[in-house]
Design a protein around this ligand. Structure first.
Ligand SMILES: Cc1cc2nc3c(=O)[nH]c(=O)nc-3n(C[C@H](O)[C@H](O)[C@H](O)COP(=O)(O)OP(=O)(O)OC[C@H]3O[C@@H](n4cnc5c(N)ncnc54)[C@H](O)[C@@H]3O)c2cc1C
Length: 279
């Protein structure tokens, strides 16, 4: 029998950068959102992402545990007292197969080093701001839609969100509905801010009022007709893209044809792109 006083210790150390979960909402069997406490020292620009995660399993021999971290867009605006994230549930995904089971009071790891290109600083001034998202790519725009600067800088904000099924639009739809009663935006911008928002959700598989990929709907001109705006041009339009790789590349190609140039933090221009996930 092993003497407990000499057995190797397998205690899990206190979590570094631990934050406490304050709210969890599930939307579909593939999507959920959660809120957690915000590190006191964390400053970020709306639209940026951080690394978040959970501790991995202890190594069977050494007992050592390493954090399992993934990039996540911050879905809450820069002024929020808490942090919000909008997440996929990948059934066999190393992180999200576990993260999807978090509950209020649990701890998550949050590395307080925000980065990203989907920020106002990476765009030059314009009149109309477009957000193009697929799936969880809506997350950075959930942050920017609650950021007063978005409404200070632009006359019109158009948010397009393409998902396979109607239920996958719920997080974005609820958020835009809640903006109607957003007191901070009302106080800072005035009640006219609501009139600046145009929301254009589409589905590709399940039947909904507007079906189709946004790229196809733009190529045919249908999206512009529905929205009552002309196709994008470098004088008036600025855009942020956050979707899967194929979506990002197709839109980039279309934007170059419209005469828009890609911007970056170091060189602001007409549009910016970020991947919603790695592949
Ligand atoms: C800059 C950046 C920002 C990101 N922001 C978010 C975010 O706000 N919310 C979020 O859920 N994920 C986001 N991701 C993806 C995230 O980092 C993880 O990939 C995701 O949480 C799954 O982790 P996992 O360990 O369970 O599976 P992984 O091993 O990371 O992924 C397994 C597979 O699942 C698929 N997948 C991963 N993420 C997604 C996704 N979001 N939507 C659809 N399919 C996916 C991919 O095919 C991937 O190969 C972001 C990625 C990048 C690069």
């Amino acid at each position: 029998m092993t003497d407990p006083s000499t057995a190797p210790t397998k205690t899990v150390p206190a979590l570094p950068d631990a934050q406490t979960v304050t709210e969890v909402k599930h939307y579909t069997d593939r999507l959920f959102s959660f809120r957690c406490t915000r590190p006191a020292s964390l400053r970020f620009r709306s639209g940026e992402f951080v690394m978040i995660g959970l501790m991995g399993e202890p190594h069977p021999e050494t007992g050592k545990v390493k954090p399992l971290l993934r990039a996540y867009s911050i879905a809450s605006p820069s002024w929020d007292e808490e942090m919000e994230f909008y997440s996929i549930k990948v059934p066999d995904g190393p992180l999200t197969s576990r993260l999807q089971h978090i509950k209020v009071g649990d701890e998550v790891i949050l590395r307080p080093k925000p980065v990203g290109t989907l920020v106002h600083d990476a765009l030059i001034p314009g009149k109309r701001l477009w957000f193009f998202a697929t799936g969880t790519g809506f997350a950075p725009f959930a942050s920017l839609l609650r950021e007063p600067q978005t409404y200070e800088d632009y006359d019109e904000i158009i948010i397009t969100h393409t998902c396979r099924e109607v239920g996958e639009l719920t997080y974005g739809r609820d958020l835009i509905e809640d903006l109607k009663s957003d007191e901070l935006l009302n106080d800072v911008i005035g009640e006219g801010f609501r009139k600046k928002i145009k929301y254009y959700p589409t589905t590709t598989r399940e039947e909904s009022p507007k079906m189709g990929r946004i790229t196809d709907l733009m190529k045919s001109g249908e999206a512009f007709e529905d929205l009552g705006v002309p196709p994008l041009n470098a004088q008036t339009d600025r855009a942020m893209i956050c979707g899967n790789m194929a979506f990002n590349l197709e839109l980039k190609d279309m934007f170059e044809n419209y005469g828009l140039e890609e911007g970056a933090n170091s060189k602001p221009a007409h549009y910016v792109v970020e991947k919603a996930f790695l592949d």
